[in-house]
Design a protein around this ligand. Structure first.
Ligand SMILES: *Cc1c(COP(=O)(O)O)cnc(C)c1O
Length: 225
């Protein structure tokens, strides 16, 4: 199937839901991104700063760039001038650096906080307690150049649908809890729940995702050299 056909089929699955498709184009050449662009896709996800910056410079300026990967603090400055949404913020130190760099270019940068929901060992993602500490912390209270607009999470890589569903449910529950918390600063708003990838996006849709990050199902397998 072509990229256009793949996108069409995913969009048909999404249609009943209020959900946005982010085309994860990491490792893929610009020509393939343009194929997706021609079908109307404007949201692209990348996980490497250098690669995203190169593609941003070469491709149409109405593309919305999503940084979906783990972001190192010393690289924040390269993407802050143009990034649309940073999905994987998982520490106050990173948030502080985004605030600092965004202030320099006088932008407000939208961020999601990444939660650790998988059973798998992973270095990345916050516990619920860590999330609450950030949300109610002094750093965020004083921030003027970051907006927290939701949460992001990755389920365990498993064939076990029940487990994946359980993990998505747990993330949605935290999302709803934060959403109803009226004591949070005005630049914290739970609007986006970024969950669901090629292997589990149907479950993510059913469990309340507002943003799917889909790569392989659109562009085919990645070839890491
Ligand atoms: C690569 C990646 C995706 C897309 O994965 P696919 O299985 O190819 O759809 C989604 N989210 C993150 C954080 C990724 O790194």
């Amino acid at each position: 199937m072509s990229i256009a056909e793949n996108i069409k089929s995913i969009q048909a699955d999404i249609a009943p839901y209020r959900c946005q498709l982010v085309a994860v184009s990491k490792t893929k050449p610009k020509e393939l991104l343009m194929e997706a662009y021609e079908t109307g896709i404007r949201d692209f996800g990348e996980n490497k700063v250098q690669e995203m910056t190169d593609k941003y410079e070469a491709l149409p300026k109405d593309i919305r760039w999503h940084m979906i990967g783990h972001l190192q603090r010393n690289k924040v400055k390269y993407i802050v001038p143009f990034v649309h949404l940073i999905h994987a913020v998982d520490s106050v130190r990173l948030l502080k650096e985004i605030e600092k760099q965004a202030a320099k270019v006088d932008r407000k940068v939208n961020c999601l906080l990444q939660m650790h929901i998988a059973e798998e060992e992973s270095k990345f993602g916050l516990s619920e307690e860590e999330l609450m500490d950030i949300l109610h912390g002094d750093m965020l209270a004083g921030a003027q150049h970051v907006n927290i607009i939701g949460l992001m999470g990755m389920a365990t890589f498993t064939e076990n649908d029940q487990q994946v569903r359980r993990e998505f449910k747990s993330l949605k529950k935290i999302f709803d809890k934060v959403k109803s918390d009226t004591s949070l600063p005005s630049h914290v708003k739970m609007e986006e729940l970024s969950m669901g990838m090629s292997g589990d996006y149907q479950l993510a849709l059913e469990e309340g995702s507002t943003m799917l990050r889909v790569g392989t199902t659109i562009f085919g397998k990645r070839n890491y050299k």
